[in-house]
Ligand binder design. Structure first.
Ligand code: GLC
Length: 336
């Protein structure tokens, strides 16, 4: 056994002890998960090039073997003025309709707040708005089963929103959710776009139904090569799969296991993927396969980024799934 494996085994045992000693709830049962990304974040639904979501999308996602969707939604530009920040009723109805379509297809839904850029630029000035938004979402979905619908307070904290002010910023929103959803699972990711290093200093509110997450796009110069929304955009041509890449992945997994040992909690990967514009399908398959084989055996589930319109698992033109990608994210313990 390698030193890394020995260390990971020892840390996992510590994580199990810690979890039992502190009566920590089971990890969120995310299972196989995919982000329905780039649909409800644009100004108008799917105006970044996607199609309007309908029931067929969710039946197809279920049919492809997914248990859960993560549903990124931009709310912050759909409200009236403070102090109430009333969410546009048509928008709220449409989000509910999408959640209902996913439920009808027997999918769990992780509903988030995405791209609230002002919050990241100035957390203190936008804390009340975030809470007001979540108070309304909470009220709207209060009767939905805890087992199937989960909330994620804000995607990828970054810029001025760091692990130092994260709880001050997110706790009012959590309390607003708790006014109507006493035990709904709520997800929180840490600073620096919830990268794996955020786990080292991530603290969660004292609430048994809050679950940690992180995002995994390492090595970023591979997964985001040529991405126009990244400045500077990583150079095109970086391939994946060297020994150094393997070592890095193993080291990153060790960081997650260290978090599990420290807290007794098992996080899940809320986003992972590689940009299709400049990366071949074969290389995307290699990446997803490596990430799955590294994290799944540790009990860490992943949400793929993403469905059809960004880093696609399903071709929007043909409607066909990429079978190689679906296969790459399979992992079986063999313990049937
Ligand atoms: C984040 C961003 C999203 C982007 C993805 C991959 O979720 O919010 O817009 O496409 O990461 O970079």
């Amino acid at each position: 056994m390698s030193t890394l494996t020995l260390l990971a085994t020892a840390l996992l045992a510590a994580a199990a002890d810690n979890s039992a000693a502190h009566d920590i709830p089971d990890p969120l049962p995310v299972g196989q998960c995919i982000n329905v990304g780039n649909h409800l974040e644009p100004e108008q639904e799917s105006s970044w090039g996607g199609e309007i979501l309908d029931a067929e999308d969710f039946a197809s996602i279920r049919g492809a073997g997914f248990d859960t969707i993560r549903l990124p939604v931009r709310w912050a530009n759909k409200t009236g003025p403070g102090p109430d920040y009333v969410v546009d009723a048509v928008w709220m109805d449409r989000v509910q309709e999408v959640v209902d379509m996913a439920f009808a297809a027997d999918l769990n839904v992780l509903l988030d707040s995405h791209n609230f850029e002002e919050l990241h630029a100035n957390p203190a000035a936008n804390t009340a708005k975030l809470a007001a938004i979540w108070r309304q979402i909470g009220a709207r979905f209060a009767d939905y089963p805890d087992e199937r619908l989960w909330f994620e307070i804000e995607n990828e904290p970054h810029d001025a929103l760091t692990n130092r002010n994260l709880l001050d910023t997110l706790t009012p929103a959590l309390l607003a959710i708790r006014e109507t959803n006493s035990s709904r699972p709520v997800v929180i990711g840490g600073e620096w776009w919830s990268g794996v290093d955020s786990l080292a200093t991530l603290e969660l509110p004292d609430d048994p139904n809050v679950h940690p997450t992180f995002h995994y796009y390492e090595p970023f110069d591979f997964t985001h090569q040529g991405a126009s929304w990244v400045d500077p955009s990583p150079t095109i041509g970086r391939t994946y799969g060297t020994e150094a890449d393997r070592q890095r992945l193993a080291n990153d997994a060790l960081k997650v296991v260290a978090y599990m040992a420290r807290t007794g909690r098992t996080p899940f990967i809320g986003e992972t993927g590689a940009y299709d514009a400049h990366i071949s399908l074969e290389q995307r398959v290699a990446y997803h396969s490596a990430v799955t084989q590294q994290f799944a055996p540790l009990g860490i589930d992943s949400c793929m980024w993403a469905y059809t319109n960004t880093f696609p698992f399903r071709d929007q033109e043909t409607g066909e799934w990429h079978p190689e990608l679906l296969e790459a994210i399979q992992w079986s313990s063999g313990a049937e």
